[in-house]
Design a binder for this molecule. Structure first.
Ligand code: XIL
Length: 376
C-alpha cells in the first residue's frame, strides 16, 4: 500500500491522538520561558514524544489475565501487502484471528464443485504458528454468496442438501483448527423477523437448525455461534433472537454461543453511547441461557467526516463501556475487533470515521488505552 512501516520503537508507544487520554496528558505540563521557543503542552499537541506513555501491556496480555481472548479480523490480501509490520502487530497484540472475508461462501466455494482454500488456509496457518485461536466466519450468510446460490427456486430438499454440503465441506476442512464458528450470520432482519433469504424461502425457519446440526456433525469440538448485529442494546431484535435461541436450545439444537457483532456508532454531538450496565444486561441475558457470549466484530465509528472533542470523548467512553461489559460477564470470553487499523476498516472506505484501535500507520490510538484499562 506504499506506506512505510513504522519503526518497532514507534509501535511500542501509545500515540494520544486526541485530548482524551486525560490521565496521561495531565502529567505533561508545559512551561514557557522568554528566551526559549514556546513549549507546547500535551493538551496542545498530544503527539509529542513526552506525551506518549509506554505501552506496558498488550491487548492479548490484558485480556488473558482474566482468561479472555482478544482478536482481530484481517484480510489475507491486505496482510500480504503490509507483511512484516502487520504480522508483528498481529502477533504482539492479538490472541485470536478471524478472516474478514476469506472464509465466506463466495471465497471458499465459488462454484458448487469448486473449493478455494488458499487464503483461508494461509490465515489458519498463521494463527496456528503464533498460538492464536481462530474464529471461523462465517458458514451461512445472505451476503457474499456465489451466483449459483443466488435467486434460485429450489425445493426444500435441494436447498437443504446444498446448505449441508457447504457446511460439511468447510467445517471438515478446518476441523481441529477453529475455536468457534459463526454458523449463522444475521439470520433475522432488523425487526427480528426471520430474514427473507434463499434459505428461508426454500426451507423455512428450519434452515437454522439444519445449519447448526450439520456443523456439529462435521466438528464436534468447535463451538457453534449465532452471530448478529444490534443485539448489544434491548429491542425487538434482541427479544426475538432470545426467543429463537431459547426455543432451539430447548429442542436440542447445538448452539453454544452468541456473537454480538458490536458495530457501534457515535452520533454528531457525542450521542449514541450506551452505558456499561446496558451492555452487561444484554450479555447476561444470553449468558443466562448457558451460552458463551462474545464481541465478534467490534468497532466504534465516528460520524462521517470525523469528530471534535465531544465525539472523541464519546468514542473513548464507548470503547470503555463495551469492553468493560465483557470483562464483567464471565461468559464473555472473547473480544474481536473488526480490523486492526483505521485504514483497513470496512466502514465506507475513505470516510474518516476512525473506528479501530490503531492508526493507518499502526500507532496505538488513545482509545487503545481505554480498552486496556477496561480489561483490567
Ligand atoms: C464485511 C467485510 O469487512 C467487508 O470487507 C466486506 O466488503 C463486507 O463484509 N457483518 C459481518 C461481516 O458479519 O462479515 C461484515 O464484513 C461486516 C458486517
Amino acid at each position: 500500500m506504499g506506506m512505510r512501516p513504522p519503526r518497532l520503537a514507534d509501535q511500542l508507544r501509545v500515540v494520544a491522538l486526541a485530548t482524551l487520554a486525560a490521565a496521561a496528558l495531565a502529567a505533561c505540563g508545559g512551561s514557557e520561558s522568554p528566551t526559549a521557543p514556546p513549549v507546547k503542552t500535551c493538551q496542545e499537541d498530544p503527539t509529542q514524544a513526552k506525551c506518549q506513555p509506554a505501552v506496558t501491556l498488550r491487548l492479548k496480555d490484558a485480556a488473558v489475565a482474566s482468561g479472555r481472548y482478544f482478536g482481530a479480523s484481517i484480510y489475507a490480501g491486505f496482510r500480504a501487502a503490509n507483511s512484516a509490520t502487520y504480522d508483528s502487530v498481529l502477533s504482539a497484540e492479538f490472541s485470536m484471528l478471524v478472516a474478514g472475508n476469506d472464509m465466506k461462501w463466495d471465497a471458499v466455494q465459488p462454484a458448487r464443485t469448486t473449493f478455494n482454500w488458499f487464503w483461508a488456509d494461509s490465515m489458519a496457518a498463521f494463527a496456528v504458528s503464533h498460538g492464536m485461536k481462530m474464529r471461523g466466519h462465517t458458514l451461512v450468510w445472505h451476503n457474499q454468496v456465489p451466483d449459483y446460490i443466488r435467486n434460485q427456486a429450489w425445493s426444500a430438499d435441494t436447498a437443504t442438501a446444498i446448505l449441508t454440503e457447504h457446511i460439511t465441506a468447510e467445517v471438515t476442512h478446518f476441523k481441529g483448527k477453529i475455536y468457534a464458528w459463526d454458523v449463522v450470520n444475521e439470520p433475522l432482519d432488523d425487526n427480528g423477523m426471520l430474514r427473507d433469504t434463499l434459505w428461508s424461502r426454500s426451507i423455512g425457519g428450519a434452515w437454522i437448525e439444519t445449519a447448526f446440526r450439520a456443523a456439529r456433525a462435521a466438528d464436534p469440538d468447535a463451538l457453534l455461534f449465532w452471530n448478529d448485529y444490534t443485539l448489544e442494546t434491548p429491542g425487538p431484535k434482541q427479544d426475538s433472537t432470545f426467543a429463537w435461541i431459547s426455543r432451539l436450545r430447548a429442542s436440542g439444537v447445538p448452539i453454544d454461543g452468541i456473537g454480538f457483532q458490536a458495530h457501534l456508532a457515535i452520533e454528531t454531538g457525542g450521542g449514541g453511547v450506551a452505558s456499561r450496565d446496558t451492555y452487561i444486561a444484554s450479555l447476561q441475558r444470553f449468558a443466562a441461557l448457558g451460552l458463551k457470549v462474545e464481541l465478534t466484530e467490534l468497532d466504534v465509528r465516528l460520524p462521517v467526516g470525523g469528530g471534535g472533542s465531544a465525539e472523541l470523548a464519546a468514542q473513548y467512553q464507548t470503547w470503555s463501556n463495551i469492553v468493560g461489559a465483557c470483562r464483567a460477564v464471565a461468559a464473555c470470553d472473547a473480544i474481536v475487533v473488526w480490523g486492526v487499523n483505521d485504514g483497513e476498516s470496512w466502514i465506507t472506505p475513505g470516510d474518516v470515521r476512525q473506528p479501530l484501535l490503531f492508526t493507518d500507520g499502526f500507532a496505538h490510538k488513545a482509545v487503545y488505552a481505554a480498552v486496556i484499562n477496561a480489561l483490567q
